[in-house]
Design a binder for this molecule. Structure first.
Ligand SMILES: *Cc1c(COP(=O)(O)O)cnc(C)c1O
Length: 391
């Protein structure tokens, strides 16, 4: 007998939005007014799974009747639930929001893409970014024909600092729809003050959505910007299972925002974005015991961060190492090429940032296991000694 599984259908249909829900009842801080006007009542592709039917035999989605030989239990024979409720609830609990304020997708990379497409007109509009920063904001804007306005982080002796006044001014004067902040920043390592994010969102209310990418927040001392959502509707927070949760290949990230916005973003998303094996893996990882192991991993990474930071700080030939609230350190070298090559000779690959503006002498070193970090210190110390002898 065929088990009754969840309803699935690939035939397109149009779902009508309740009349007046977006444009008529608009209030000042309703972030719906920031969306592309032509998408506000866009129904997207409907998989009709929302129509819960009491069927036992599902012959509505052209799936195979028998499982693949590679799929013992038949776990992947059917199209997956677009937003599995259990996953949404587990993620919402993890991030401290309501399930309807959260959309899960293929990494936060997909969330960035969805936000650009939903808020910026193709071939128009603008986003603001604060370089040096994560490359995908500009990549998605470019693919969409949207302009990228750069407000450089200030490089101070204490680290990279965001000039919030300049960000606000740029967003206003350029009419930007999205402001991408990264906190802790990649590659800067800087955690942005929540009070400044709050003030920026307040100032840009009704004009722009402030997106706070918190891919590394688990490693930081501060609180998440999700705590601002109760009073700021024009903030969206990006979280991911790829970094501290050690599930990069499962590709599960979340955008957390106003529930109305989340509903629109879901209608812009691909029909079945979350592969069932990835969802099952994530649910297992988010169960109580492994969650403690995530905490333990983060604690170890944080203490390794301090150790590596202190070791790099006194290393001859090292110009500067930036304080970091993430799981990597950004460092400037007298001879970055020699450091990069020396590490590579020892089999250690670090990220070369020399092609990035203002980072012509910089490498980014991800924190590894204590043994791996010790090897990095050992190689760099040996190189410095050799250089010292040669000089
Ligand atoms: C790694 C990273 C991401 C990508 O996360 P995924 O969820 O794996 O797509 C997003 N933002 C920043 C700043 C990152 O460094």
């Amino acid at each position: 007998m065929i088990a009754a599984t969840e309803y699935s259908d690939r035939s397109p249909s149009i779902v009508q939005q309740p009349a007046g829900r977006t444009s008529k009842t608009m209030i000042d801080d309703n972030p719906m007014q920031l969306l592309r006007e032509d998408l506000r009542d866009f129904a997207g592709y409907s998989s009709a799974r929302s129509e819960k039917r009491a069927g036992r035999v599902w012959l509505n989605a052209n799936e195979a009747a028998w499982p693949s030989v590679a799929d013992g239990e038949g776990a992947v024979r059917r199209y997956p639930d677009p937003q599995p409720q259990r996953l949404r609830e587990a993620l919402a609990e993890l991030y401290g929001c309501a399930p309807e304020q959260l959309l899960a997708g293929r990494g936060s990379d997909e969330a960035i893409d969805l936000l650009v497409r939903a808020f910026c007109r193709p071939g128009g509009d603008a986003i603001v970014i604060t370089p040096p920063t994560f490359g995908m904001y500009a990549v998605n804007a470019r693919l969409h024909g949207t302009r990228t306005v750069e407000v450089a982080l200030r490089d101070t002796p204490a680290g990279f600092v965001c000039d919030f006044a300049a960000v606000a001014q740029a967003a206003e004067s350029e009419g930007a729809k999205l402001v991408f902040l990264c906190s802790p920043g990649n590659p800067s390592g800087t955690l942005l003050p929540l009070a400044e994010i709050d003030a920026l969102a307040e100032r840009l209310r009704g004009r722009a959505l402030v997106v706070v990418d918190e891919a590394y927040i688990e490693y930081a001392d501060g609180e998440s910007a999700t705590t601002l959502l109760a009073r700021r509707r024009n903030i969206a927070v990006l979280r991911t299972l790829s970094k501290a949760h050690a599930l990069a290949a499962a590709r599960i990230g979340s955008v957390i925002a106003d529930a109305g916005l989340i509903a629109v973003l879901q209608r812009c998303q691909a029909p079945y974005p979350l592969p069932t094996p990835c969802v099952q893996l994530a649910l297992r990882a988010l169960a109580e015991v492994p969650r403690n192991t995530t905490k333990a991993r983060v604690t170890t990474a944080r203490s390794e961060r301090e150790k590596l930071f202190e070791a790099l700080r006194v290393l001859p030939g090292l110009r500067q190492v930036y304080p970091s609230q993430a799981n990597f350190l950004l460092a400037r070298f007298d001879d970055a090429q020699a450091a990069f090559d020396g590490l590579l000779d020892a089999g250690v690959v670090v990220r070369d940032f020399r092609a990035a503006p203002r980072l012509g002498d910089a490498l980014r070193i991800s924190l590894g296991t204590p043994e791996q970090n010790a090897a990095v210190i050992e190689v760099l110390t040996r190189l410095a000694r050799v250089r010292g002898v040669a000089a």
